[in-house]
Write a protein that binds this ligand. Structure first.
Ligand SMILES: *[C@@H]1O[C@H](CO)[C@@H](O)[C@H](O)[C@H]1NC(C)=O
Ligand SMILES: *[C@@H]1O[C@H](CO)[C@@H](O)[C@H](O)[C@H]1NC(C)=O
Length: 350
């Protein structure tokens, strides 16, 4: 009996020793694993931290990576405005790129939309940069890109724009006097055109600024669509940094210089001094009669386009009043300066 009891306790002791050894080994193994994990976690933190300190990381506004898109509307003074950017790009070290769409088509196919969005987003050598061309607004967020471009634009009174366009395609301008235009040689005046309800001056030709701001949806291009007007207003307020009017281009340039100095520093002085050199004039323009004006204005297309113009004008005046002040002694507009401050910053650093 006592012998077998002794045997039993020996077995128990040996079992205990065995179990302890296994536990010990297991512990050592786990400890090394945990140590490994710690090191890798630390190095991970180091990488994250490094990424955060790179200005281009998401969420950080980096002026050296800015992309501005100016989707210019034909005959709104856009050549004068973009001339300022071309004059400043070398000095201010940014790029200006013209988007030449085939036959000046304002909307792109889905594949071209994709090509354009990815090319603009990834072309780091051309940042900061301004892209300009006659293309309708394109929402970059539809393509899953992180950095959105900054949209700017200029619009003009719809009838003035139409008159300018009508004579431009017939007579050209002083910038490229030998360039053959679409209706070169056609001597019909706008009055004659409207009187005979010719298709060259049908009210659908007024449907330009609304669809340019509305964008790449089919409904945008239905002349007189109220949905398109609402969409255009929505985009103007939510998707554009600033939209000026041709009639007040100087104020627009001043606002841009003060809000985007990385690109537009010096633009306002350049505009004031070189006003004439940037102007591109249509060779011949005949002012239409009151009757012609009344007939064009008595259309739904004109009413909606005019509504859009007035909406843009009110918004522009609201921002300008808040932003600029006229300094009489200097004879120029100045930024009103910073009107906000931070305080009650907690927790306090020790
Ligand atoms: C756009 O490209 C076409 C075809 O290459 C060319 O004829 C036209 O002059 C270009 N437009 C501008 C404004 O440079
Ligand atoms: C963007 O397009 C231009 C012209 O085709 C090309 O030279 C450039 O390499 C493209 N950039 C990227 C990042 O795709």
């Amino acid at each position: 009996m006592s012998n077998s009891r002794l045997m039993n306790s020996r077995v128990v002791v040996m079992l205990l020793v065995g179990v302890s050894a296994v536990v010990m080994l297991l512990y050592l193994h786990l400890a090394t694993e945990v140590a490994h994990l710690h090191t890798s976690m630390h190095s991970h933190n180091a990488i994250d931290y490094h990424l955060d300190s790179v200005p281009a990381a998401r969420g950080v506004l980096d002026v050296n990576n800015i992309v501005v898109i100016y989707n210019r509307v034909p005959k709104t003074g856009s050549t004068s405005f973009i001339g300022l950017a071309y004059d400043l790009c070398a000095k201010n070290k940014f790029n200006v790129i013209h988007i030449n769409t085939t036959k000046n088509m304002p909307t792109l196919s889905l594949t071209d939309q994709m090509r354009f969005v990815y090319n603009v987003s990834n072309w780091v050598e051309k940042k900061p940069g301004i892209y300009h061309g006659h293309v309708a607004y394109l929402d970059f967020s539809r393509f899953g890109v992180i950095q959105q471009p900054i949209y700017i634009n200029l619009i003009r009174k719809p009838l003035d724009r139409l008159i300018s366009y009508y004579y431009f395609v017939r007579y050209g301008d002083d910038l490229r006097p030998n360039h053959i235009r679409r209706r070169m040689g056609d001597k019909m005046t706008l009055d004659e055109c409207v009187a005979m309800d010719h298709q060259d001056c049908s009210p659908t030709h007024l449907w330009v600024q609304v669809p340019f701001f509305c964008g790449h949806h089919a409904e945008c291009w239905v002349p007189g669509s109220s949905w398109a007007l609402e969409q255009a207003k929505h985009n103007l307020v939510h998707k554009y940094l600033l939209v000026g009017v041709t009639e007040e281009m100087g104020d627009f340039v001043a606002m841009l210089e003060y809000s985007l100095p990385r690109l537009f520093k010096g633009a306002y002085d350049l505009y004031l001094s070189g006003k004439k050199s940037h102007i591109r004039k249509t060779v011949k323009k005949v002012m239409p009669s009151d009757e012609t004006i009344a007939k064009l204005q008595n259309t739904k297309v004109w009413r909606l386009e005019n509504d859009f113009y007035n909406f843009a004008l009110d918004h522009f005046h609201f921002l300008r009043k808040k932003t600029l002040e006229e300094v009489v002694s200097l004879g120029r507009l100045m930024d009103r300066g910073q009107k906000f401050a931070y305080e009650k910053i907690k927790p306090k650093k020790t």
